[in-house]
Design a protein around this ligand. Structure first.
Ligand SMILES: [Zn+2]
Length: 650
């Protein structure tokens, strides 16, 4: 009889909890974890020193709530990370999670403090002549507000005079309205500073492919996993994404060039612009009065993602490495302390220089060696299985793959230059996964034979092969409970062995969905601030990718959308099952004209609120064919936010 994991853990760790159907860590997994313990320099405790330095305390009440009562963040969620790693966690990841989840207010220097462990990212408070300059106000308003509250409690009340967004990802600006209001910004009391291109990148990155990306992000971040020895184990780069309310206040000042300087309330700042590195709009900056460097998200306590598993446009490992060289050149000799928007600061000029240089070398090695193998004819799967950092770089904790991995990132480099195709013509006409799976299972003599082969592989600890075999059975018959459970058990072991928190999250989420189906994702609350700032052409791009040509058939339709408050008019045209849009001339011929505040259209698009009642109430006005809009909206698909991943959509 299988011993359940919950029983094993309850015995070894005195943890009580609901029984899980996961099995216990296998002998192969226990052995793999022991190997990790032997191969890495666990005796090096410098990171624990840096991560704990300047600790001034945390919140008395660990639970931060949203207005609707839901929990936005629970500071006690990672209290279990004490002592040695259990066999269900890769010891290297356990160590990283211990470091990343330390929470509270930390003094970085005489003038700079950070609140860490309140989200996936850090919020930094820089003391200026009369108040605070805040860097990166976390992902959601509730946790940002709680962080500011902690700062005020420990350091006294000071107003916020400026907010700097280091880059265009939501975990670096989404909490802004928890600490300042749009009215304060409009009144000129607070400046908002960001790299050039910030606003467009911030609002656009997740629009066109938003549905697929957010579903996949649920896997990547383990949204539905509970933190614990069998569950979520940080995000590798920070604790986890908070579940409060995402907001946005657009910048009042953007930085366009390296070398640009600003003096904000007595604090001098020199900027380095680094587009196309970790984000399309990103910047590092330097405080010359204090010899302190902020490296945004360009130099992290982990190897970062050159391609994020949730999906995104591929990044450029070479540009990333080149910008790190520039940072060293610009600031290396005049920096004593470096902090970042994730993880903990580094203290000492030599420490910072080595850190930046070794990090730079890792991205360059990744890039150059992938391309070298590519030019020798190797394809993605071969390079991903072969590439490893040289030992001197791999031993640096900050180069370990807690977030991005060498395996995944080498595919990103391959993709950047070569795309998905490996040049083997057999891969030009590949069957859909479920069809292919059926034929493999049949060719191998049926499901029972494949299950037996998989059980043998599992018994030997060869989980990737067991999973490959079992995936074919599950795709052939998604109702095969035995195959689903066997695949889930392989994913359990792979998740527990994974050094990457993201791989762990993805394996364990896959296992959970094989056992219990797709759970409804709990994500952040409303992000209408983001949508509100979308450029209008992007709204029509989003409509275009929802059009189902089977529904539209060969119909044609022309509708003008007029947004009077913005003085904008667009012609939307459907023909041949294609939706195109362009600015509309005043006298353009159309079947109908819909005049409405743009916010109403956005609300309808993003919340599914029907427009007809707005027409009836007079908030929206239609001239021409009154049924034109109804026809158009009848052709749109509403993408499912929880489409299947470990089985295939119908
Ligand atoms: Zn970030």
């Amino acid at each position: 009889m299988r011993k359940t994991l919950a029983a094993a853990l309850a015995a070894s760790l005195s943890l009580a909890g609901p029984a899980l159907s996961a099995e216990a860590p296998s002998a192969a997994t226990v052995k793999a974890q022991a190997l990790v313990r032997k191969s890495l320099p666990f005796e090096d405790r410098q990171d624990f020193d840096f991560a704990g330095r300047g600790f001034l305390g945390s919140l008395a009440d660990p639970v931060i709530r949203r207005a609707d009562g839901a929990v936005a963040w629970d500071l006690s969620a990672y209290d279990f990370l004490k002592g040695e790693a259990p066999a269900t966690v890769n010891p290297s990841l356990w160590r990283q999670a211990q470091l990343l989840t330390r929470h509270g207010l930390f003094q970085v220097s005489d003038t700079i403090w950070q609140v860490r462990g309140f989200d996936v990212s850090n919020i930094t408070f820089v003391r200026s002549d009369t108040g605070w300059i805040v860097i990166d106000p976390l992902t959601t308003a509730e946790v940002a507000k709680a962080a500011y509250g902690l700062v005020t409690e420990k350091l006294g009340a000071r107003p916020i005079v400026a907010v700097i967004y280091t880059h265009s990802h939501t975990d670096h600006f989404g909490g802004v309205k928890g600490i300042v209001s749009q009215a304060e910004v409009d009144a000129g009391k607070v400046k908002i500073i960001a790299p050039e291109g910030f606003l467009e990148q911030a609002v656009s990155e997740n629009v066109i492919a938003g549905n697929a990306m957010s579903r996949r992000a649920g896997y990547q971040f383990g949204y539905n996993l509970t933190p614990g020895p069998e569950g979520q184990m940080s995000s590798g780069i920070g604790a986890a994404i908070s579940k409060g309310t995402m907001t946005l206040i657009p910048p009042t000042r953007t930085i366009g060039a390296t070398g640009e300087t600003l003096t904000i309330d007595g604090v001098r700042i020199e900027f380095q612009i680094t587009p196309g590195t970790e984000a399309p709009a990103e910047m590092n900056f330097y405080f010359p009065q204090w010899r302190i460097l902020c490296m945004a998200e360009n130099a992290n306590a982990t190897m970062h993602n050159v391609l994020t598993p949730r999906g995104a446009l591929v990044r450029d490992a070479k540009a990333w490495s080149d910008y790190l060289s520039e940072s060293i050149r610009l600031y290396g000799d005049r920096t004593d302390v470096m902090f970042t928007s994730h993880a903990w600061p580094r203290f000492g000029g030599g420490v910072v220089r080595d850190y930046l240089a070794d990090h730079r070398d890792a991205y360059k090695y990744l890039h150059d060696q992938t391309v070298r193998m590519m030019n020798a004819g190797y394809v993605g799967d071969e390079i991903a299985n072969r590439i490893q950092l040289p030992p001197a770089l791999a031993r640096q904790w900050f180069n370990r793959g807690y977030y991005g991995t060498m395996s995944f990132n080498s595919r990103a480099v391959y993709q950047r230059y070569m795309g998905w195709y490996d040049a083997n013509p057999v891969h030009l006409a590949v069957l859909p996964p479920a069809d292919q799976a059926k034929r493999y299972v049949e060719a191998m003599g049926g499901a029972d034979k494949v299950l037996a082969l998989a059980a043998a592989a599992h018994g030997k600890g060869d989980y990737p092969w067991a999973a490959t075999l079992l995936n074919n059975v599950v795709l052939t018959d998604p109702d095969d409970k035995a195959a689903r459970e066997a695949l889930a058990r392989a994913y359990d072991q792979m998740g527990w062995q994974a050094e990457s928190s993201l791989w762990r999250n993805m394996y364990l989420t896959g296992a959970s969905e094989l056992r219990g189906g797709v759970a409804k994702t709990q994500a952040n609350a409303g992000s209408f601030d983001m949508v509100r700032n979308l450029p209008s052409p992007m709204i029509f791009d989003l409509l275009a990718v929802r059009l189902n040509p089977d529904k539209a058939g060969d119909a044609t339709l022309r509708i003008v959308f007029a947004f009077p408050e913005r003085d904008e008019r667009y012609l939307v045209q459907v023909r041949h099952g294609v939706l195109t849009s362009e600015p509309a001339a005043a006298d353009v011929a159309a079947d109908a004209t819909l005049t409405l505040p743009r916010a109403l259209l956005l609300e309808s698009l993003f919340t599914g609120a029907p427009l007809a009642p707005k027409v009836a109430s007079g908030e929206a006005r239609v001239t021409g064919n009154p049924f034109a809009l109804q026809r158009l909206t009848g052709w749109f698909d509403r993408p499912s936010p929880d489409f299947p991943i470990v089985t295939r959509p119908e």
